[in-house]
Ligand binder design. Structure first.
Ligand SMILES: [Zn+2]
Length: 388
């Protein structure tokens, strides 16, 4: 090496610079998010600006400060169909379930303006039975929270949906601890022991229907506009939090806590702390007849009044590749293909605000792009020194 550097001083210097840049880039890129220390939620905004946004999730829902409404019935499409295959994955942050079903289950109605297709479901839990849910109800934390993630079908896939304010809808169900096991979750919790290590997957012998994994009262729910609760914290989510909790035993919950994270430690907690409500209003859907409640509040009837003309716009980056979403993100894309088809207006009277695609700035991949750019610049400089 020494004689090599003496004979090729410029080339040697160039090589060392590249090695330094690559090591720094790798360090930056490997900064995964977590729930403790310098990877914890208070640091997410350093890499993902949106996590410092004004309409973040989760929140504390004050049941005395919600607006009761009578929304159209929620529709649950394909929830009673048994999928061909169901994969369960420990992604190092949570356990995630994806379906191999055609068509995928979907939801519509309620506060939603259009049809939303199922992407995946996952869970958030805590160190013990008194904490774990992300949204709180009257400052009460449930032991666990289930998120069923859907993307608006006109946006074609969950990655593309991140560019639109109404891109995603999440059905959230809380869990309360009971003495008896919940038989609907027996197969599910048993399979968790097969995927204790991160990035392991397994599949069900008898795939469950979505209906088996959700609550029974699908009428009473809170709804508000918020964000992903993991980086990049995109503010594109219509949250629908069902009031009635699902039951689960302590032993069943312990099987979630036995999973391991990407550092090989036990994944004992994976919930983000609550964020400020800000200027948002939380609606509460009820069967009780409510008249003109929103008009009385002078508040933005954001989810109830689909009145304006459709303004579905193609993205400025329509023909460019949609940036990769980090693996750890809670939104996973079932297909790797990038669909550049323009979103089609699906329902009249729906306003969709276009949001400029800024996901690349929030992606750790941009670190790598910067490193490659620097290498190119250094290479040009090196080449110039050779010739001049
Ligand atoms: Zn979640």
């Amino acid at each position: 090496m020494r004689s090599f550097c003496e004979n090729n001083r410029e080339l040697c210097r160039f090589t060392i610079k590249i090695l330094i840049i690559l090591s720094v880039a790798e360090k930056i890129q490997c900064q995964d998010f977590g729930y403790d220390g310098d990877k914890g939620p208070s640091h997410w905004g350093e890499q993902y600006n949106t996590c410092f946004g004004k309409h973040q999730s989760p929140i504390n829902i004050d049941s005395l400060d919600v607006v009761p409404v009578n929304l159209p019935p929620l529709e649950f499409i394909g929830f009673d169909e048994q999928p061909a295959k169901t994969n369960l994955t420990n992604n190092g942050h949570t356990v995630m379930l994806e379906l191999d079903a055609d068509p995928q289950p979907a939801i519509a109605g309620g506060p939603l303006t259009g049809v939303y297709e199922f992407a995946q479901l996952h869970f958030h839990w805590g160190d013990n039975d008194t904490v774990g849910s992300e949204d709180l109800i009257d400052s009460h934390s449930y032991a666990m929270e289930l998120h069923l993630v859907f993307y608006k079908s006109v946006y074609r896939n969950s990655r593309a949906a991140l560019d639109y304010e109404d891109g995603l809808a999440v059905l959230a169900f809380f869990f309360e601890v009971t003495s008896m096991d919940n038989p609907d979750f027996t197969d599910f919790t048993t399979l968790l022991s097969d995927i204790r290590s991160p990035h392991r997957s397994t599949s069900f012998v008898n795939p469950p229907k979505l209906r088996q994994l959700i609550g029974q009262d699908l009428i009473h729910y809170y709804t508000y506009n918020g964000s992903l609760t993991t980086p990049p914290c995109s503010e594109v989510v219509v949250w629908i939090d069902f009031k009635e909790p699902i039951s689960l035993s302590h032993d069943q919950l312990e099987k979630f806590r036995a999973l391991e994270d990407t550092d090989g430690a036990r994944l004992t907690h994976n919930y983000r702390p609550i964020q400020p409500l800000g200027d948002r209003i939380v609606l509460f859907n009820t069967e009780d007849v409510i008249e003109n409640n929103l008009q009385n509040r002078n508040g933005p009837a954001y989810a109830v009044v689909p009145a304006e003309e459709p303004v579905a716009k193609p993205t400025e980056l329509e023909n460019e590749k949609i940036p990769d979403v980090p693996d750890q993100q809670e939104i996973t894309e079932p297909s790797n293909t990038v669909d550049t088809e323009k979103p089609q207006s699906e329902k009249k009277g729906v306003k969709r605000k276009f949001r400029k695609n800024t996901a690349w700035r929030n992606s750790p991949n941009s670190c790598f792009t910067v490193a490659i750019s620097l290498i190119i610049v250094l290479f040009i400089r090196f080449s110039a020194n050779q010739f001049f």
